[in-house]
Design a protein around this ligand. Sequence first.
Ligand code: 5GP
Ligand code: ZN
Length: 114
Amino acid sequence: MSDCIFCKIAAKEIPASVVYEDEKVLAFKDINPAAPVHVLVIPKQHFSSAMDIGEKDADIIAHIFKVCQKLAVDLGIADRGFRIVNNCGQDGGQTVGHIHFHLLGGRNLGWPPG
Ligand code: 5GP
Ligand code: ZN
């Protein structure tokens, strides 16, 4: 989508600190990290939120989780554990309208979230 900041990052129209890329997925460091490791994993295809995902999208969602696994190993947080977060909608705290998965780790994250 033309006015979507994460589509622009995926298209390299806006710079980001990219840690992983393939033809379907981009992962980059969050600009305002909430943990020592805080990466955003996005599909290059625009989906507005989790509410946009259908059965036909099973492959891309599974792929995103495989990318999260690889990044957890590569970034050194796989052994101690980590969190994958998807915020959806206003009460969920979603501020960017392109689905993204936060990969957080490097400290004890606490539970429940705020
Ligand atoms: P949400 O609140 O929608 O779940 O998460 C959006 C995340 O995107 C926030 O953690 C925010 O810091 C991050 N973010 C927003 N704009 C940018 C940007 O231009 N570049 C990067 N790298 N992260 C961004
Ligand atoms: Zn988008």
